[in-house]
Design a protein around this ligand. Structure first.
Ligand SMILES: *[C@@H]1O[C@H](CO)[C@@H](O)[C@H](O)[C@H]1NC(C)=O
Ligand SMILES: *[C@@H]1O[C@H](CO)[C@@H](O)[C@H](O)[C@H]1NC(C)=O
Ligand SMILES: *[C@@H]1O[C@H](CO)[C@@H](O)[C@H](O)[C@H]1NC(C)=O
Ligand SMILES: *[C@@H]1O[C@H](CO)[C@@H](O)[C@H](O)[C@H]1NC(C)=O
Ligand SMILES: *[C@@H]1O[C@H](CO)[C@@H](O)[C@H](O)[C@H]1NC(C)=O
Ligand SMILES: *[C@@H]1O[C@H](CO)[C@@H](O)[C@H](O)[C@H]1NC(C)=O
Ligand SMILES: *[C@@H]1O[C@H](CO)[C@@H](O)[C@H](O)[C@H]1NC(C)=O
Ligand SMILES: *[C@@H]1O[C@H](CO)[C@@H](O)[C@H](O)[C@H]1NC(C)=O
Ligand SMILES: *[C@@H]1O[C@H](CO)[C@@H](O)[C@H](O)[C@H]1NC(C)=O
Ligand SMILES: *[C@@H]1O[C@H](CO)[C@@H](O)[C@H](O)[C@H]1NC(C)=O
Ligand SMILES: *[C@@H]1O[C@H](CO)[C@@H](O)[C@H](O)[C@H]1NC(C)=O
Ligand SMILES: *[C@@H]1O[C@H](CO)[C@@H](O)[C@H](O)[C@H]1NC(C)=O
Length: 420
């Protein structure tokens, strides 16, 4: 709808005529600058920022062929005829910076530069790519901050920037990317806290933020991400209390908060509702209380890690966890220093996958149960030293042919196997 002339004048007093001139100029320009020419210019600017190309990939980007035939370029059909829809240059040993002109590729749906050596920052102009669905910049040397304008790319479903040198904070505005299924910023140098707005990304299936310098707390809102199947924030400096809502991530397959400073008190009756979980690790934090019995219902578990926390009390039956490969409980205060503490070990005798079991540095007491000689022959790492376990290594332990170095110092009160 056009505003009456007097309104233009009242909003922009004295600028009426210059505004008209600009609009006239734009109208003329749109006859001259066609979208396909803009795309060609953008690609040429992209090429001009490539400083290293040992495989001579960019040689094909020359005027003897149409840019739609250039290596890595895909153009659309119909209305998108001669418009770049994909730029895929993964694993080609390219180095250089990212030209801001890339923001002019207005029909781009996919940008894949995985596994190159792009450096410098991602231009804010990326936010002009309103049709962008897939952005993969994994394993480059990109620095600077995550551009906040990325939040304008509302069609984005995949954003992978893992393995770069990104700094600064995760922009809270990324919580607007409601179609996002995957967000990975792991292995960068990000600081600050995880924005609670990410709890609004209801389509999210994968959120990986591990190996950064993130601090602050785990936002309670993340527990709302019911479609999340992959959640890793390991190796950061996250503190605060582990929100109970996280145990409601009913589709989660990988849950990894290892190596932070997260606190909280678990209780044996805490409901962990993660029926599909395969990897569960809260190791290397400051979590106290007892191991929830409900974990024994997570029958798909391969890896279960509670090590290096402040947990105490009994370990529940692990009888139903017949896919368990790694059980890591070392450095806690588990057990009561008496008989019965190790009963949970016997709940693992029918498990045929067990490879690693460590209960070192706890408060386990009582006799070492005979059942351990019936453990799966797949068991290759067993460590139990620094407990209050009595007795001798059961004779049958020799059946465990794959066990590496049973380790020295077997005394009457301490059974010391190899440490992990
Ligand atoms: C852009 O499209 C116009 C009209 O189809 C055509 O004349 C021109 O050659 C095209 N330019 C490029 C670079 O493809
Ligand atoms: C231009 O690209 C084509 C197609 O890859 C290639 O055959 C040709 O050698 C290139 N020309 C130059 C001058 O590099
Ligand atoms: C494309 O992008 C650049 C840099 O962001 C800008 O300067 C230029 O005017 C844009 N437009 C066209 C038509 O190339
Ligand atoms: C883009 O890169 C990823 C690696 O991040 C690769 O697995 C994928 O096949 C690439 N996508 C396409 C369409 O080539
Ligand atoms: C970033 O987004 C803001 C808000 O949409 C916009 O004003 C600005 O021009 C964008 N910056 C670039 C460089 O595109
Ligand atoms: C990125 O690099 C890491 C470490 O070298 C490697 O394990 C991973 O497979 C790479 N990812 C991709 C998508 O190439
Ligand atoms: C992290 O990225 C660096 C390069 O920046 C790479 O050497 C290293 O292997 C990556 N680590 C992981 C765990 O992917
Ligand atoms: C999440 O989205 C709702 C609306 O959908 C909004 O009111 C709220 O502020 C958002 N929360 C955050 C933390 O951004
Ligand atoms: C969650 O996943 C289910 C099953 O894949 C799907 O039907 C549903 O649309 C997803 N929800 C959102 C918000 O993406
Ligand atoms: C967990 O989910 C149940 C059922 O959806 C809900 O009633 C409960 O409030 C949730 N608990 C937390 C801590 O979010
Ligand atoms: C384990 O699952 C069964 C069957 O769904 C349920 O009845 C039981 O309450 C669960 N136990 C725990 C401790 O969550
Ligand atoms: C192991 O299997 C045997 C034979 O099926 C069964 O009697 C026993 O109860 C099982 N023990 C455990 C701890 O699952």
């Amino acid at each position: 709808m056009e505003l009456p002339r007097k309104h233009i004048n009242s909003f922009f007093p004295g600028f009426g005529s210059s505004l008209m001139l600009q609009l006239a100029g734009l109208a003329t320009a749109s006859h001259v600058v066609r979208g396909n020419d803009t795309d060609q210019q953008a690609l040429l600017h992209f090429k001009s920022k490539i400083t290293g190309d040992q495989l001579r990939i960019m040689d094909s980007w020359n005027s003897s062929i149409h840019f739609c035939q250039w290596r890595g370029v895909t153009c659309g059909r119909g209305r998108e005829h001669q418009r770049v829809t994909k730029l895929e240059l993964q694993y080609l040993k390219l180095s250089g910076s990212l030209s801001p002109y890339v923001g002019n590729l207005s029909f781009l749906t996919e940008l894949n530069l995985t596994g190159n050596s792009f450096y410098s920052q991602i231009p804010q102009e990326i936010g002009r790519l309103r049709r962008l669905e897939v952005l993969r910049l994994t394993n480059n040397s990109i620095s600077g901050e995550i551009p906040s304008n990325l939040s304008a790319c509302s069609k984005l479903t995949f954003v992978n920037m893992r393995g770069n040198q990104l700094r600064g904070e995760i922009p809270a505005s990324l919580g607007f990317l409601s179609n996002l299924k995957l967000m990975s910023f792991s292995n960068n140098s990000l600081r600050g806290s995880i924005p609670p707005s990410l709890g609004n990304l209801s389509s999210l299936q994968e959120l990986t933020l591990s190996i950064n310098q993130l601090t602050g707390i785990l936002p309670e809102a993340l527990g709302r991400l019911t479609n999340l199947s992959y959640f890793t924030v390991g190796s950061n400096g996250i503190s605060g209390i582990l929100p109970i809502s996280m145990f409601n991530l009913s589709n989660v397959q990988v849950f990894d908060i290892t190596g932070n400073m997260i606190q909280g008190t678990l209780s044996s009756d805490l409901p962990i509702t993660m029926p599909n979980v395969e990897f569960f690790s809260i190791g290397g934090n400051q979590i106290s209380g007892t191991i929830p019995i409900s974990i024994s219902n997570a029958t798909n578990l391969n890896v279960l890690q509670f090590a290096e926390n402040r947990l105490s009390g009994s370990v529940p039956s692990l009888e139903k966890l017949d896919k368990l490969f790694r059980l890591s409980l070392y450095q806690n205060h588990l057990g009561h220093g008496r008989d019965g503490d190790l009963n949970f070990l016997c709940t693992l005798v029918n498990n045929t996958k067990l490879g690693t079991l460590s209960i070192t540095e706890n408060n386990f007491g009582g006799m070492l149960p005979k059942c351990i000689s019936n453990f799966s022959s797949t068991l290759s790492h067993l460590s139990m030293d620094r407990n209050k376990i009595l007795g001798r290594t059961p004779d049958g332990i020799g059946n465990l042919i794959n066990l590496e170095a049973l380790g020295g110092g077997i005394t009457k009160s301490t059974i010391r196997f190899d440490s992990l």
